[in-house]
Design a protein around this ligand. Structure first.
Ligand SMILES: Nc1ncnc2c1ncn2[C@@H]1O[C@H](COP(=O)(O)OP(=O)(O)O)[C@@H](O)[C@H]1O
Ligand SMILES: O=C(CO)[C@H](O)[C@H](O)COP(=O)(O)O
Length: 552
């Protein structure tokens, strides 16, 4: 086997991506080409508002179904590596590695507190009041979506049924790699990004003591991880015989230390060779690129050679995505979920669904063509001249790091027809893109210099979403040759673990490829600049309303 991906044809890697709504797997070759793809929805429970739970057994079973599907019909001995990525949800197991309930009902199927769960609001508030120095590495304010507040909630609310019995708390990506290999080592990515671990200094005892989780210190962090590996490192002796049987793969193949899903997306897109596309980032350092992974949420991944502190933007995290680089991660907690929410909640949704089904189209493809129909001679984006949306229906992740912020819509009329739904959908898509512009401005003000966006995730399949990101940020958007770039990222991990590439950087350069570039319509800039001014006023006004209501 030649290092550098020049091996004989037929070396394959399997990538498994656990998103919020489904599990996906792909069979990928050493050029980064997807040869097979499968997906399967996963269960979700919302027992009460802001509580979101999943089942680790259900997720593992879905991983097995999709993996078996993608390797059907090929010689499995050609598979050299397996990589996982997943959402940063909290998995709880007892001392014998059995699921423990994270709910008052005691339902042990539901042993995952999902990343978007906001139950630990009072806990995160107390954590932020400590002003502990670890908070500097999460943008100054810890998010309720991280693991420390969730752990504290479990200790304070489910002491007997969960906390006292717990033997292992895993980030979901690390749970999957443990399931596959029996190795409980954690990925540097999950511990650094969601658990306050420092790549340079390790755990900070004083933080855990200060927030009331001194239990972990006394136990030398056994329950949350005291062995840490870089993403892509090969785990133990590879795939165990039991997991091999479950997944339909040969025992002993290399399994990589995993990544969080957004980070796998970053790996799948950010290192592509852009020569010949007329992009400003050509010949420039990779730090001029921003990867945006847009699924249920959107994550804005920017890297730098030196640490950059951006208020309200997570990080700087060392080597958490690309080895040797610092990572800042901006984000919007709900984007795909917000678009679905707005569209599905509208009175004209049943009509939309029926019409889209009749044309064998997705509702989004239908809405996009409907907008084209009603725009007449003007650019489609101009349909929202008097309709504006503030998109923080699930709080603001970046750059305000304020989970009390809410959604806003201004410009509503009495109409309930399809035109009205289409324009509301457009205004929502635009609001998400304005949110991205705001995050980029915060990152640039702190020292990043970004010229090109690289989009992936489910929303990147929506041409309107992509064009609005280009028009509103004024930057070109690069889409990968493989639409499922997050899976390419997971496969890159497997390829690194197999030893077929000498570094993550080398595997990225070989396996991620530019597909299409969408340039901004610069002639529309004045219009979007005005809408951006309104966008900023919306949040300013929302804060004023809250202050008025707080006053006597
Ligand atoms: N073909 C498509 N056209 C438009 N939007 C899409 C399409 N496929 C997915 N989406 C959007 O992407 C979101 C899901 O993205 P995905 O990456 O699958 O999410 P996750 O990784 O969080 O499970 C949905 O909420 C939906 O709005
Ligand atoms: O916090 C995150 C990454 O750090 C993601 O938002 C979370 O993992 C969910 O991802 P997705 O929207 O793709 O399901």
């Amino acid at each position: 086997m030649m290092p550098g991906g020049d091996q004989e044809p037929g070396s394959y890697y399997v990538g498994v991506d656990v998103g919020t709504g489904s599990v996906r797997a792909a069979l990928v070759d050493q050029r980064g080409i997807l040869l097979a793809f499968a997906d399967q929805p996963i269960k979700r429970w919302e027992p009460q508002f802001n509580h979101h739970e999943q089942s680790s057994e259900d997720i593992w079973a879905a991983c097995c179904v999709v993996t078996k599907k993608v390797v059907q019909g090929i010689d499995v001995n050609q598979i050299r590596g397996l990589g996982f990525d997943a959402t940063c949800s909290l998995v709880v197991l007892d001392k014998q590695f059995r699921p423990l309930p994270v709910n008052h009902e005691g339902d042990s199927r539901r042993n995952i507190i999902m990343w978007l769960d906001h139950r630990a609001i009072t806990q995160v508030h107390r954590i932020n009041e400590t002003k502990h120095s670890v908070l500097q590495c999460v943008g100054g304010v810890m998010s309720v979506e991280m693991q420390a507040p969730k752990l504290l909630w479990l200790k304070e609310n489910l002491r007997e049924t969960c906390w006292d019995k717990a033997g292992h708390f895993f980030d979901l990506p690390d749970f999957l790699s443990w399931k596959a290999t029996g190795v409980t080592a954690r990925s540097l990515c999950s511990l650094v990004c969601k658990w306050t671990y420092s790549a340079e200094k390790g755990w900070d005892d004083s933080f855990w003591k200060m927030i009331g989780l001194e239990d972990f210190v006394a136990d030398n962090y056994r329950k949350i991880g005291n062995q840490v590996l870089p993403p892509g490192a090969s785990l133990g002796n590879g795939l165990t015989p039991e997991a091999a049987k479950d997944l339909g793969l040969p025992a002993g193949i290399a399994v990589a230390a995993p990544l969080i899903d957004a980070h796998a997306g970053g790996l799948g897109v950010i290192g592509a060779d852009v020569r010949g596309h007329g992009l400003a980032c050509e010949g420039q350092p990779v730090t001029s690129r921003l990867a945006i992974i847009c699924g249920t949420s959107s994550c804005h991944m920017g890297i730098s050679k030196d640490p950059i502190f951006v208020p309200g933007v997570w990080g700087p995290y060392f080597s958490a995505m690309i080895p040797g680089f610092w990572l800042n991660e901006g984000g919007q907690s709900v984007t795909g979920k917000l678009i679905d929410h707005m569209v599905q909640g509208h009175a004209a949704f049943p009509e939309l669904k029926a019409k889209a089904t009749a044309r064998c189209q997705s509702v989004y493809a239908y809405l996009n063509s409907h907008l084209d129909l009603i725009k007449k001679a003007q650019p489609v984006g101009f349909l929202t001249v008097d309709l504006h949306v503030w998109p923080d229906f699930h709080g603001n992740r970046s750059p305000f790091a304020d989970l009390t912020l809410k959604g806003m819509v201004t410009g509503l009329k009495l109409s309930q027809d399809l035109d009205d739904l289409a324009i509301l959908y457009l205004a929502t898509v635009q609001a998400i893109a304005f949110g991205t512009r705001l995050i980029i401005e915060a990152m640039e003000a702190a020292g990043h210099s970004i010229s090109t966006l690289f989009l992936c995730g489910g929303l990147s399949k929506n041409p309107l979403f992509v064009q609005m990101h280009a028009d509103i940020t004024g930057m070109p958007v690069v889409l990968s040759q493989e639409v499922e770039s997050v899976l390419v990222g997971a496969a890159i991990l497997g390829a690194c673990a197999s030893g077929d590439f000498t570094s993550v950087q080398e595997a990225m350069a070989r396996m991620s490829k530019v597909g299409k570039v969408v340039f901004p319509r610069l002639e529309d800039k004045r219009y979007y600049d005005k809408k951006y001014q309104v966008f900023l006023k919306l949040v300013e006004h929302q804060k004023e309303y809250a202050a008025i209501m707080k006053g006597d």
